[in-house]
Design a binder for this molecule. Structure first.
Ligand code: HEC
Length: 253
């Protein structure tokens, strides 16, 4: 069978153009990874750290969407004047925020949110429903909220509604991970098939070519298998994703 260097011009062009486009795709994939994943744990690293990988797939059980928002962009609404900068809570306001967070950390039980019999009529100043009412959260977070930057699709003024945001962060959901897995398995298999065809026609020794073919395909399985291992096993498995990615980059290079 002809070797790469014996190919005629159209065949050489086919291999060359394919590899150029594939390399661009590889580069874009790495940029995408950097933008979506690296730094989610708070440190700004170029490549995702073990912790980033774990938070991405496994989640961070100490966090909930509610807690993240209340400590982040929603914190200023605990102030009397929410347009004031910088965001600086008075001791009373801080106490309310702490009480709301403590409720969240206890697993956000209904009895701490409102009196299950009174429900929306609850006036007890220690209950979360009342605290959020006093800080005007429901101006934006109610099904009928209309004002500027209101969020009627994320109501907080009933126990069922707020419960959507107080579950521990469980990372990427299974459906999305299944979707990503099948897209990547099929896509990367095609990508390595193309690169592999170019490789097997090269003049390198049979041993090197065999090793690269196995390394390339094995890296796909290690990488994607690693996602699932991290999803259920957490950070101790994150090295498999790094190993798969490194092996993939090395065989591709
Ligand atoms: C002026 C309107 C406004 C007020 C007042 C307000 N929020 Fe928000 N809230 C928003 C908007 C807009 C978003 C979406 C922001 C985003 O996704 O980055 C949001 C998002 C949230 C979310 C996440 C919702 C989701 O769909 O993931 C939570 C939880 C939340 N706010 C809690 C609060 C709490 C608690 C208060 C009261 C201390 C409050 N908000 C006051 C406008 C408001």
């Amino acid at each position: 069978m002809a070797e790469l260097r014996e190919f005629d011009l159209p065949r050489k062009l086919l291999v060359t153009m394919y590899l150029i486009v594939l390399s661009c795709g590889f580069f874009a994939a790495h940029l995408y990874l950097h933008y979506t994943m690296a730094g989610v744990s708070g440190e700004d690293t170029f490549m995702p750290s073990l912790q980033d990988i774990s938070i991405h797939f496994h989640g961070d059980p100490t966090k909930t969407r509610f807690k993240t928002m209340v400590l982040g962009p929603m914190k200023r609404y605990f102030m009397e004047d929410d347009a004031k900068k910088p965001v600086q809570l008075s001791p009373e306001e801080q106490k309310d925020l702490d009480a709301v967070l403590a409720w969240n950390d206890q697993g956000a039980p209904e009895s701490g949110y409102w009196d299950p019999k009174e429900k929306a009529k609850t006036k007890d100043p220690k209950l979360v429903y009342t605290l959020l009412y006093q800080h005007n959260c429901y101006d934006c977070h109610a099904p009928d909220a209309t004002g500027r930057s209101a969020k009627p699709d994320a109501p907080l003024n009933s126990f069922a509604a707020i419960s959507r945001f107080t579950k521990p962060d469980s990372g990427m959901d299974k459906g999305r991970l299944l979707m990503l897995s099948h897209v990547h398995l099929l896509g990367m298999a095609m990508m390595f098939l193309g690169a592999g065809i170019a490789l097997v026609f090269s003049s390198w020794s049979s041993r090197v070519r065999s090793a690269l073919v196995c390394g390339g395909f094995a890296s796909i399985l290690i990488d994607i298998g690693g996602w699932w291992a991290v999803k259920y096993g957490g950070e101790p498995w994150a090295w498999t994703v790094i190993l798969g990615g490194t092996l993939m980059a090395a065989s591709f290079a």
